[in-house]
Design a protein around this ligand. Structure first.
Ligand SMILES: Cc1ncc(COP(=O)(O)O)c(C=O)c1O
Length: 439
């Protein structure tokens, strides 16, 4: 194991911080244990420096999707610094939040009311609370991942693994009150029959149906229409989670592109380009519960979040971010496919939106190959995983460098596969694939 400051600090972290980090997706064990750098000293565009001054291009999640414009975007940083220089927290409220609320409603003409938060999971929780208050009902139906909170993990209290396949395996409901059993039901994306069954059995008890309007692919014809019609029929509110896909497919929520409007939509992550801000937007009727329910928090009133969001939305529009990230994602996907073909590796790539480009190894040792890919990319100066959230800061030159690395790495992996000697080349343990106890 390399002896360096970055790895050493993470070893200390694991002695004192349960789980090592505050977000599962920032655990080095998810990529290449003992090799992935846990910490950064500087970040700029899609470039990152670790604590030892080692430089990487981020061809991975770019702040887990938070920095669609790239890290430390100068326009956003300037707006934030300007706000900090005039005081970012006060006894009074930030005026930017009114402008931001109006802007979000302009972009999403069906929306009439807005509340702000600071993180993604809490934004989902606020939306669920509002829906429950508005409808005076408790049950919720979910598809996909929406955060760490009780209302969501309650789905796993029932048949123990209802959330399997909803983005993250291994989410045991430890610490979630058993009394919440049967308050959250799950359904799979595009599964009309399963959805109909839930609605027939529980539709009139549901406060809300919450789902991403899409994640990696367009919905099958008729699926979103069915969801919308039957939520309306049974009086449940439809909430679209745009926390990850929002702003990546179009300027605004992806639902604008799909032509389906919900009762509420939630945003976080890219909304502040790395500064904490989340938003629940909704129709006047759906948001009625926000008048009745006590939903209130001190740091939802600081000024950096809304100032960053206003600057971010302005720039996302000006540079047509969604067009650029689709272009970059498709270049990288093309390279994965081309290099797999020439090296003789079998992969699946190009199934889905290029703004969230990804591939997988078609091999029984897929997890070892995934770890080797990241290991070899780190050696070449890339934070490289099997998926990339491209940003506005990625350009053709950087993609070209990455393309050369893909070619080399695929050729090397193909050789190791042929030799049948995969683990011998690994410099650390195999990557973890879901949530599990670390320390
Ligand atoms: C669709 C979706 N909803 C909610 C969340 C939770 O957001 P956060 O990690 O900011 O709490 C995520 C995070 O990955 C997400 O992708």
């Amino acid at each position: 194991m390399e002896n360096n400051k970055t790895q050493e600090l993470y070893r200390r972290a694991k002695m004192i911080i349960p789980g090592g980090t505050q977000l599962l997706s920032k655990r080095p064990e998810m990529f290449a244990p003992d090799q992935w750098p846990a910490y950064f000293s500087r970040a700029e565009g899609c470039e990152v420096w670790d604590l030892d001054g080692k430089h990487y291009y981020d061809m991975a999640s770019n702040g887990i999707g938070a920095c669609l414009l790239g890290f430390n975007d100068r326009d956003i940083s300037k707006a934030v610094i300007r706000r900090i220089d005039s005081g970012s927290m006060c006894t009074l409220n930030p005026p930017e939040e009114v402008e931001l609320a109006e802007l979000l409603c302009d972009i999403h003409p069906w929306a009439e009311r807005v509340r702000f938060t600071r993180t993604g999971g809490e934004t989902a929780s606020v939306a669920i609370r509002i829906a429950r208050a508005t409808t005076d009902r408790s049950m919720v139906a979910v598809c996909g991942y929406h955060g760490w909170q009780d209302w969501y993990l309650a789905a796993n209290l029932g048949e123990s693994d209802a959330l399997r396949g909803h983005h993250l395996p291994g989410l045991e409901p430890f610490g979630v009150p058993v009394e919440l059993r049967n308050t959250t039901l799950t359904f799979k994306y595009n599964d009309k029959e399963e959805f109909k069954k839930i609605m027939d059995a529980y539709g009139d008890k549901l406060a809300a149906v919450i789902m991403e309007p899409c994640r990696y692919n367009d919905p099958e014809p008729g699926f979103l229409e069915l969801v919308k019609e039957s939520t309306r029929k049974y009086g449940a509110l439809l909430i679209f989670d745009e926390i990850t896909i929002g702003w990546r497919l179009t300027y605004g929520g992806a639902h604008l592109k799909l032509g389906a409007s919900p009762d509420m939509a939630i945003f976080a992550k890219a909304l502040g380009n790395g500064h904490p801000i989340g938003a629940v937007i909704g129709t006047k009727d759906a948001m009625e519960g926000a008048h009745k329910s006590f939903i209130s928090s001190t740091y939802w009133t600081e000024s950096v979040g809304p100032a960053a969001a206003l600057a971010t939305l302005q720039k996302l529009k000006r540079v047509k971010a969604y067009e650029h990230v689709a272009y970059i994602g498709s270049l990288i996907t093309k390279q994965w496919r081309k290099c797999a073909h020439t090296s003789g590796l079998s992969i699946s790539a190009g199934e889905g939106y290029p703004c969230l480009a990804h591939f997988s190894f078609n091999d029984e040792n897929g997890e070892i190959l995934r770890t080797l890919y990241t290991q070899m990319m780190l050696e070449r100066g890339f934070l490289g995983t099997l998926s990339i959230y491209p940003t506005v800061s990625h350009n053709e030159k950087i993609v070209e460098k990455y393309s050369r690395a893909i070619e080399e790495v695929f050729n090397n992996i193909a050789l190791l596969v042929k030799k049948g000697d995969l683990t011998a080349y690994l410099k650390g343990p195999v990557a973890h694939s879901g949530f599990r106890r670390l320390n």
